[in-house]
Design a protein around this ligand. Structure first.
Ligand code: BTN
Length: 242
């Protein structure tokens, strides 16, 4: 495994994607940055962190036979590796909010941005971007739902140790994915899914509120919600908030 450590760059995901388009990059090459000037989040959001306090890294992963319709299992692998590593730090009430926010006590402690390179209907490689709030003490008022490992457990965590643990776990989960152990991955992910089977208020893309219960993730990776009339509807990332 090759780990490239940088002080300041725009975004580790952008850096790795540019690298992949110009040179041959080894499988499981990792880029870690102390700070990102243009860190990117889901749905074109920004990912802003305090310099040197948190983990911001991306992993390049090649696939031989990963059909696009199985992309949800790759998301499960990344989410589970971050979740499991944080679990060892005795962080209370950890959960995975669909699709891949890691929460502790309902606040976001880590986020994931997966960018896939496709050939026909197969994912040939992916850049797996992970941001973990580790030693940040305070967050801007604009991020009331953000937290960090330090805020929760009250002490600093060594960034390299946590990074190595996450990478080891990610490798193990991706081995399961290569072996097509889909049921194992699905079970592990659903066990940790935030609000699963709990009556919850959702807002759809027309800002209409409704009650329902998360029951799972569909084949295409959408969230499956059982409505009050007991029918099940699927929602994509842009179609729902909760
Ligand atoms: C989100 O929850 O919105 C996803 C956040 C992903 C942030 C990470 S930090 C490392 C990598 N580089 C980026 O620019 N983004 C991801």
């Amino acid at each position: 495994m090759k780990i490239i450590k940088l002080d300041a760059i725009e975004s580790t995901n952008t850096f790795l994607k540019n690298m992949v388009s110009s040179v041959v990059v080894d499988d499981f090459t990792v880029v870690v940055a102390k700070t990102q000037m243009k860190g990117r989040g889901q749905m074109n959001s920004e990912w802003i962190v305090e310099e040197g306090k948190n983990l911001t890294f991306s992993v390049f992963s090649r696939f031989i036979d990963l059909a696009v319709e199985n992309h949800k299992y790759l998301n499960f692998c990344v989410s589970l590796s971050v979740f499991d590593a944080l679990k060892t730090l005795s962080i209370p009430s950890l959960s995975i909010k669909w699709p891949n926010d890691i929460l502790s006590e309902n606040k976001k402690i880590a986020g994931i941005l997966i960018e896939n390179m496709l050939k026909g209907s197969n994912i040939v490689s992916s850049v797996l971007g992970i941001g973990v709030n580790v030693n940040q003490d305070c967050f801007p008022e604009s991020l009331p739902n953000a937290t960090s490992v330090k805020k929760i457990i009250g002490k600093e965590t060594n960034l390299d140790t946590l990074l190595n643990d996450m990478l080891r776990r990610l490798k193990e989960y991706i081995t399961l994915l290569d072996k097509k152990e889909y049921a194992t991955l699905e079970k592990a992910y659903l066990e940790k899914l935030y609000k699963k089977n709990v009556p919850t208020m959702f807002k759809n893309s027309q800002n209409i509120l409704f009650m329902g219960k998360i029951i799972g993730v569909s084949k295409s990776g959408n969230l499956q919600i059982e409505l009050e009339n007991e029918t099940v509807q699927e929602f994509g990332l842009k179609e729902i908030s909760f």
